[in-house]
Design a protein around this ligand. Structure first.
Ligand code: SAH
Length: 212
């Protein structure tokens, strides 16, 4: 019951912060975030904060997950590419709002754990692989939507190439001192870029880690 009260408090906080999309709020309400954090942090699962996961990575702050999901302007028939599976939480939120999520994680162990969570929460429309997200997923491209959940030093060109015309990518861009979430829309003339929110993400790193 404590969890339920915490969850309601979190949802109120998200609404206050400007998350107005009721589908996004319901997706977060339905998803047990405690399954995506390690047991030592279970009691903080509904705090509006990022929490550590393995390998010095983090599960993003719920507000940032909600904000980026809302900014993606998802439709139920869309497929979405996510770079940086991490705990799998963001992918599990997306999967409730679109047709299929393709998600790439550079640590094989994180990817494998995330896959178990997708099964546990009965989401069968997520395909996860171990890989370097800098390459995108050429076999499945183009995508109407792309979300990057690790900080890129600049707008990743390869990923822009894998966007549909009219497609939208939400990506934090910047260095270790801080980043801005950008909304990048691919148009016939090129890209339309808007700055949405200052944030702090773990960096995007090249190469894969086959740690299992
Ligand atoms: N979306 C995650 C947050 C992940 S933190 C969640 O909801 O929990 C960022 C993740 O991006 C980390 O797990 C990190 O290992 C991964 N990452 C960093 N660089 C990457 C790359 N080049 N390709 C794929 N994943 C990458």
């Amino acid at each position: 019951m404590i969890d339920q009260a915490h969850k309601i408090r979190l949802l109120m906080e998200l609404r206050k912060g400007g998350i107005t999309n009721t589908q996004v709020l319901s997706a977060i309400e339905r998803l047990p975030r405690e399954l995506f954090v390690s047991t030592v942090f279970e009691d903080q699962a509904y705090d509006n904060s990022a929490l550590p996961i393995a390998h010095g990575q983090t599960i993003s702050q719920p507000f940032v997950v909600a904000f980026m999901t809302q900014a993606l302007e998802l439709g139920p028939r869309m497929k979405v590419l996510e770079i940086g599976t991490g705990s799998g939480y963001q992918a599990a939120v997306l999967a409730q709002l679109c047709r299929r999520v393709y998600t790439i994680e550079r640590y094989r162990s994180l990817m494998a754990e995330a896959e178990q969570r997708f099964t546990a929460v009965q989401l069968s429309n997520i395909t996860a692989i171990t890989g370097d997200g800098n390459r995108g997923w050429p076999e499945q491209a183009p995508f109407p939507r792309i979300i990057v959940t690790a900080a890129a030093p600049e707008i990743p060109k390869t990923l822009v190439d894998q966007l549909d015309n009219g497609g939208i990518m939400i990506v934090p861009v910047g260095d270790q001192d801080g980043q801005d979430i950008l909304r990048v829309e691919k148009t016939v003339e090129g890209v339309d870029v808007r700055m949405l929110l200052p944030v702090r993400f773990v960096p995007m790193v090249e190469g894969v880690v086959k740690d299992i």
